[in-house]
Each structure stands twice: as C-alpha cells, then as structure tokens.
Write a protein that binds this ligand. Structure first.
Ligand code: FE2
Length: 419
C-alpha cells in the first residue's frame, strides 16, 4: 500500500489522494471527483470519504503502573493519595520482566486505537532505578508501534524522598527525555517550590523537556503553577514545558485566575488534562455540591494556550478502567468541560492530535505535510463531530509508510421481520 484515496482531511474542503514513499508523505493531491478502485490502483486504500489524520497522541500516561489495579490491594477511597500508597505496595513487588510485559501490552492497547506518540511518566523514587532501566528498553523495543518519551517522574517527591535529587539527576543521565515533578505532594510548600527550581535547572542544564504533575488536588491553596510558569517565562522555555493536571485551577477563585492567566500567556507553556482520571480522583473530599476537579480547559484554550487531553492511567491504583482508546477520553473531557458547542465539536480532534504533538514538541516529525513521516490514521467517520457522535474508531494505522494496525468495523444486522 502506498496511498489513500477519497480521503477527507481536517480543515480542507473536498477529497484527497495522499501518497507516501520511503516512509514519508510524498503528495497530497486534491481530487475533482470520487475515485473508483479501478482508477485509483490496487496499491491504494479507499478511505471512502472518511478522515485521514496524523496519529493520535497520548501525552500523559503511566505505563510502569498500568494493569496493576487491585495488586496487592484496591484503592478503596478512590483518592489520589491512597493511589500513591497502593502503588508503593505494588512497587515493592515489581520486577523488570513484569514492568516490560505490562508496558508492552499497554502500548499495544494504545496502538490499537491509532496512537503512535506516547509520553509516559516513570516512577524514579526507587533506589537502583530498575523500572526506569526497563522502560528505557521498552522505548527501543516498541519503536515499531510508537515513539515513546520517558519522563523521570518523582512519584513520592524530590525533596521529601531520600536521595530524591540524586535519583532525578541519575534518571536524566540514564536517558530520560523529560524531567518531571510533583510539587503539591512534597511535604511543605517550600519544598514544592524548591523542587520546581531544582527540576527546571536540571532540564535546562541537560536540554530536556519538562512535564510536571502540578497542583493535582482540589486545594485552592495549591499554587505551584504560578511558580512553574514564572520559571518557564524567565528561562524562555515555554515550548518545552508542560503543566499536567493543574486541577486546583478548577477551585481557584476568578480574581486569582485572572491574574494567573496573564502570566500563563507570557510563559507560553502547555497544559494536559486527564478528564476521566480527574473526575474520578478529585471531588473526593466534597459532599455536595461536588466539584468536577478539572483544570479550566476551555478558558486555557480560548486564551490561546495549548491544552490537550490524556488517559493518565489504564487499570492501575488510581483508575480501575481504561482500554487505550483516547477518543473515549476526548468524549468524556468535552462533556465534563462544557465543550459540546458547535464550534468546539468542529475541531474536537485538536485536543488529541495537534495539541498533544505540540506539548510533546514533535515539530516536523508530526503532521500531514509533504516530507513529514508517513504516520497516518484512517478514522471511521468523515468529520470531528461525526467521530464523536458515532463513537468512531481508528480503522487503519500507517507508520513510516507501513500498515501496523487494521480494525474491522462492527456491523448491525436486522431480522427480516423488523424491516
Ligand atoms: Fe499522571
């Protein structure tokens, strides 16, 4: 196979033939009519008027913890903090083989849904960093399916965990692509702030990206985002810094947010919201009214800041469900964030494609342009809103010009007497 024909492309009118050669997109040709198979040639695939897009991007997941829910115990309170406790118990039982096998199974679940770019956080609050070493191997072994970015993620803190700083330094030296953090989990406000100074300096020194679990709490006093944004602004690192979660922003008052947004725009950092995870973990200390526990996704978007959606967990101590389908997360996120307006639906896929690619700083490695990698996904619907309305799927995934996944559409058949 070397081309799609009768393809719809987002943001463009009409039908297209999209060709590739030597692993890269070689032509994007508008069609004047619908092509029949005998005209299009046997080395093409008929997109039948459906969307061809660049791959879905999963910008925030924890592959090292995936598929461990209930082992050895379930998170009964449903809180983030019990999740961290349950994970600490499971972590004590982890082996490299266990980590790698679960990560590979989860990557296949992601790839089955048209995802080819993944940023995974890997817990580095572990003496010896065996999990990180295993995940660095997975990064190489999984190249046929996904490009994997690895975040050195200090799950139990940098300042509050023994040798936390040294472990972060070591993780970066071993090859982590991204520097992480968790300031709201540090023991004190001061430690949270100093952890941010430390990790931003570390990233700057080693020219790494940054992705901080930031203010993942309903506590309106959790205000580490302003510190991260200010450091980002001063260092001019906006294109390389992401704030994940920032759920406390859903509880900030509007007067503070008004001031905060001015700084966020100056800093130009990206945001990742994990809607299914946050609606599940947050609001746990509320009676009624119960907060949704998400950051201000539509407001960030309308302010011109880059926001995307992510899964965060698949069957782990923080979230017991998940199947790799990022379109399900998009559906949930748009509902929870009051983003089902006409204009939102017309561009909904931005939040799981282009915006994720920008957060991951993929640059020219991503997108439908001649010369870029022939990483392409055929969806089961013709537009963003139809993908959502029909709970559409990725049907075909092409990676560097080669088909890596095909999904058969389900069909409904009717008994004769119902016609
Ligand atoms: Fe996370």
């Amino acid at each position: 196979m070397n081309h799609f024909y009768n393809a719809r492309l987002r943001g463009r009118e009409g039908l297209y033939t999209l060709r590739w050669a030597d692993g890269c997109i070689s032509a994007i040709e508008p069609q004047s009519t619908t092509l029949r198979p005998e005209v299009a040639g046997s080395d093409g695939l008929d997109a039948a008027g459906r969307l061809v897009i660049p791959p879905l991007v999963e910008p925030h997941i924890h592959l090292d913890a995936a598929l461990t829910a209930g082992e050895p115990r379930w998170n009964l309170s449903g809180t983030l903090f019990e999740g961290i406790e349950r994970w600490a118990e499971r972590k004590a039982l982890v082996t490299s083989e266990d980590t790698k096998s679960r990560a590979h199974r989860t990557i296949r679940m992601l790839a089955a849904h048209g995802i080819q770019h993944v940023r995974t956080h890997v817990d580095v609050t572990e003496p010896g960093l065996a999990t990180l070493k295993a995940m660095l191997e997975v990064r190489d072994e999984a190249r046929a399916l996904v490009d994997l970015q690895i975040v050195a993620f200090p799950q139990e803190g940098i300042e509050s965990f023994a040798n936390g700083r040294a472990l972060m330094e070591q993780a970066v030296e071993m090859g982590a692509d991204v520097v992480g953090g968790i300031p709201h989990f540090e023991n004190t406000r001061d430690q949270g702030v100093s952890s941010l100074h430390f990790l931003m300096d570390l990233a700057e020194r080693h020219e790494r990206l940054v992705d901080v679990h930031c203010d993942e709490t309903d506590d309106p006093q959790s205000r580490f985002l302003e510190v991260l944004a200010e450091l980002t602004r001063v260092k001019g690192m906006g294109a390389h810094v992401t704030a994940s979660h920032t759920t406390a922003m859903g509880s900030y008052d509007n007067a503070y947010c008004f001031k905060l947004f001015r700084l966020l725009k100056q800093a130009g950092l990206s945001f990742i919201s994990c809607p299914t995870e946050s609606i599940h973990l947050q609001g746990r200390f509320d009676s009624y009214p119960k907060r949704r526990g998400l950051t201000r996704v539509p407001e960030l978007d309308r302010a011109g800041l880059n926001v995307c959606f992510a899964q965060d967990s698949i069957v782990d101590p923080w979230y017991p469900l998940g199947n790799g389908n990022l379109l399900r997360i998009l559906d949930a996120g748009l509902h929870i964030c009051h983003m089902l307006g006409y204009e939102d639906l017309q561009r909904a896929l931005d939040f799981v494609t282009d915006h994720g690619a920008r957060a991951l700083a993929l640059g020219e490695r991503y997108g439908l342009e001649v010369g870029r990698p022939a990483n392409l996904v055929l969806l089961s619907a013709a537009s963003d809103d139809e993908v959502l309305r029909t709970q559409g799927h990725a049907l075909v995934s092409i990676r560097h010009g080669r088909p890596i996944m095909r999904r058969t559409e389900s069909e409904v058949s009717w008994a004769p007497e119902t016609s």
